[in-house]
Ligand binder design. Sequence first.
Ligand code: CMP
Length: 140
Amino acid sequence: MALQRTFSILKPDATRRNLTGKINAKIEESGLTIVAQKRLWLTRTQAEGFYAVHAERSFFGDLCEFMSSGSVVVQILEGENAVAKYRDIMGATNPANANDGTIRKEFAESIEANSVHGSDSEENAAIEISYFFSAIEIVG
Ligand code: CMP
């Protein structure tokens, strides 16, 4: 498996509880490297743009409200099989279904306030990375 990049967000429920260090430790312990990272406070419009693929879902309005309710940390993670590896250590979307030891099992508050986002494919990772980062911000 080749070296891959994936996109990650530490969500407002995580920043509010000062969990970014603990979550980054789990990311780094998994072997993934944080090659870009910055803290932002998304506007409602920016959150809607990022989650546009979910625009028809019943939870879309609440999700965008939540994602713009506090600061987030956006990241690019690099490593072997990074997309699948990060999804593995994040755990299931709903923390009630997440495996022991995963980020969401340990930290998530609910299916919405689930602490982290990770890309679901290499193709979407590239799209999501380009939504937040320019080339000059990424350690090569
Ligand atoms: P994320 O991986 O960021 O992708 C979409 C987000 O929508 C998801 O994590 C959850 O935070 C949120 N969400 C809220 N309700 C649901 C739901 N019923 N099913 C899936 N995702 C949901």
